[in-house]
Write a protein that binds this ligand. Structure first.
Ligand code: NAD
Ligand code: UDP
Ligand code: UDP
Length: 322
């Protein structure tokens, strides 16, 4: 029998960028971890370092189908997160968010597990208030190219709160803002990975639009800390809570920082702005500070310094096409 303080924890999307860091953290804390993933965007490379741990188990499974397990806690992270990936099969993206949430909530209900949802700043759409607070209802296009992701995640939040109201589930909802770090997929088109990969190869840095749109970038280590704090917070604190770094940069500033940091000879080139691309995004994290005593500690330059070596290694090993 396992000691009381050791929990059995399910992480869906555990082979992805955030999921693999979360699995590692939970193992480091002494827990048993079951990683469920269908490898749509995740890769075994992210979890191979964890495979030697006897407390780690992996199941290949698509969460749009039912799943029967016995665990104490569920972190529901499964969902493609980058625009290229979630727009590749938009119907499957919505199914993952909605059917996936129903299945994981049904599982949590049956086994009385606490359940965490990886929601997103995209629930705010192209926000008309700035910075965004949790009580803002958002400005979202229901029928555009990003809608499968934005509306899927909004519906998942609805389901979480209805399962709480109807079935008394213990839920935790984090609205995650742009996050970066090792284990990001090198080809998923997200801005930090694109720019680092381009800079390391001295290829043109592709700014969409004029690069004046802004984002606030959080290092993955800061984010995983707030996930765990939120999961362990009192049951009456459900969120939704913004999790991200409030330091805001234009995309052009980000490009310049990465060029400096890598000593790259890359030039800036301008490409068309994708439709519905939010012009600005920055979390108000007062709630996370008050309720969880959390705020990010890793500044962008420091976080990028910790991230570049991961991409350098992929480049050396010729694995940019994984
Ligand atoms: P990721 O694409 O690296 O990881 C997602 C993982 O889910 C992958 O391993 C993928 O194979 C798996 N997956 C996808 N569909 C699945 C399905 N139907 N069944 C089982 N597994 C499935 O993305 P990430 O950046 O690690 O994001 C993790 C979660 O956090 C996502 O829910 C995402 O929406 C959310 N999020 C991330 C960010 C960010 O900046 N990284 C921002 C906001 C929200
Ligand atoms: N479910 C699951 N694992 C479980 C329990 C339920 O995957 O251990 C799924 C099941 O497919 C079901 C969904 O979760 O359709 C919602 O479950 P719930 O009990 O809320 O609804 P119902 O089974 O009554 O439709
Ligand atoms: N972007 C860019 N060049 C790239 C990739 C992205 O200028 O090579 C821009 C993109 O248009 C958006 C911002 O960077 O304005 C962040 O894009 P990302 O896909 O990383 O995240 P999201 O749009 O979901 O916040």
């Amino acid at each position: 029998m396992k000691p009381h303080s050791i929990k059995r924890i399910l992480v869906t999307g555990g082979a992805g960028f955030l999921g693999s860091h979360l699995c590692k953290r939970l193992l480091d804390d002494g827990h048993e971890v079951i990683c469920v993933d269908n490898y749509f965007t995740g890769t075994k490379d992210n979890i191979i370092p964890l495979m030697d741990n006897r407390r780690f188990e992996v199941i290949r499974h698509d969460i749009t189908f039912p799943l029967y397990l016995e665990v104490d806690e569920i972190y529901n992270l499964a969902c493609p997160a980058s625009p290229i990936h979630y727009q590749h099969d938009p119907v499957q993206t919505t199914k993952t968010s909605v059917h996936g949430a129903i299945n994981m909530l049904g599982l949590a209900k049956r086994i009385k597990a606490k359940i965490f949802q990886a929601s997103t700043s995209e629930v705010y759409g192209d926000p008309q208030i700035h910075p965004q607070t949790e009580d803002y209802w958002g400005h979202v296009n229901p029928i555009g190219f990003r809608s499968c992701y934005d509306e899927g995640k909004r519906c998942a939040e609805t389901l979480f709160f209805d399962y709480r109201r109807q079935h008394k589930l213990r839920i935790k909802v984090a609205r995650i803002f742009n996050t970066y770090g090792p284990n990001m997929h090198p080809n998923d088109g997200r801005v930090v990975s694109n720019f680092i990969v381009q800079a390391l190869q001295n290829k043109p840095i592709t700014l969409y639009g004029d690069g004046s749109q802004s984002r606030s970038f959080c290092h993955v280590d800061d984010l995983i800390e707030v996930f765990v704090r939120l999961m362990n917070s009192p049951d009456d604190f459900t969120g939704p809570v913004n999790t991200g770094n409030p330091d805001e940069f234009t995309i052009r500033e980000l490009a310049e920082i990465i060029i400096d940091l890598t000593g790259s000879k890359s030039e800036l080139v301008f490409r068309p702005l994708p439709s519905d691309d939010p012009t600005q995004r920055r979390p108000n994290i007062t709630l996370a500070k008050e309720k969880l005593g959390w705020e990010p500690e890793i500044h962008l330059e420091e976080g990028l310094k910790r991230t570049v070596p991961y991409f350098e290694k992929l480049l050396l090993e010729n694995r940019f096409d994984i």
